[in-house]
Design a protein around this ligand. Structure first.
Ligand code: 4NP
Length: 156
């Protein structure tokens, strides 16, 4: 099983959206027995909460399930447990690298790094911008490219 973890700051806006979208793509490709998907936040403010209303509204509009999603905080063990740890912005990556310290970890990368011609390197935080549509567009494109990369790399 290839294990993918999406990470943002609060785990209520961007990374649960990525988790739901990526799970939907994985299912549609019939890869759900081969790829498992989760998300977590570097912060602990919203632990136990469902996704933010903006993320829920958008996923409902796109007919993508977010059933059972609940915020949790990243733990150091995630960095060795998950094969792909995918952050939404440069701060997430810095926080994950600090958490890893000198311990060798699995693949840590920023989602938009998978989109070679992307104008944006970070997925802007809609908790502050209010723009969930922008997040959906960026995250969908990033997830599409990430899945292609994993399928090729893991020979799925
Ligand atoms: P997210 O957005 O990282 O995309 O889930 C945030 C949610 C909550 C907070 C910050 C960002 N917060 O400061 O509580």
């Amino acid at each position: 099983m290839v294990k993918v973890l999406f990470v943002c700051l609060g785990n209520i806006c961007r990374s649960p959206m990525a988790e739901a979208i990526f799970k939907d793509m994985v299912q549609k490709k019939g890869l759900d027995g081969k790829i498992s998907v989760d998300s977590a936040g570097t912060g602990n403010w919203h632990v136990g909460e469902p996704p933010h209303e903006g993320t829920r509204n958008l996923l409902t509009e796109k007919n993508i399930s977010f059933e059972g999603l609940k915020a949790r905080q990243v733990v150091a063990g995630d960095l060795t447990e998950y094969d792909y740890v995918i952050g939404m912005d440069a701060k997430n990556i810095g926080d994950l690298q600090r958490m890893a310290g000198n311990v060798p970890v699995n693949h840590v990368a920023r989602l938009m790094d998978y989109v070679s011609d992307s104008k944006m390197q970070d997925v802007p935080d809609p908790y502050f911008t209010g723009n969930f549509d922008e997040v959906y567009d960026l995250v969908s494109e990033g997830c599409r490219k990430l899945l292609e990369d994993i399928e090729a790399r893991e020979k799925l």
